[in-house]
Design a protein around this ligand. Structure first.
Ligand SMILES: [Zn+2]
Length: 80
């Protein structure tokens, strides 16, 4: 649990802010925690996008793309 999670769960931070914070601090977080945090971000994103009537398959596609991007980032920064 880090500050980003805490603020996100308390709705002190939007998922967009959480994501930009994650971009700045993911080097200091361990891999499992980044996934936990991303899951939280996705949940918040889902809530918002469901209210905007996005289709679920579109969301799943975005998640898969985002997961790939995060994995690429890890490789770039020397993660395993
Ligand atoms: Zn956290």
């Amino acid at each position: 649990m880090c500050l980003i999670c805490v603020d996100l769960q308390k709705d002190k931070m939007t998922w967009k802010e959480a994501r930009s914070n994650l971009n700045e601090s993911y080097e200091n977080l361990d891999k499992e925690h980044i996934l936990e945090l991303l899951t939280l971000i996705w949940d918040k994103q889902d809530e918002e996008q469901k209210s905007l009537d996005f289709s679920l398959s579109e969301l799943d596609y975005k998640r898969a793309k985002e997961y790939e991007e995060v994995m690429e980032l890890w490789k770039t920064y020397g993660g395993d």
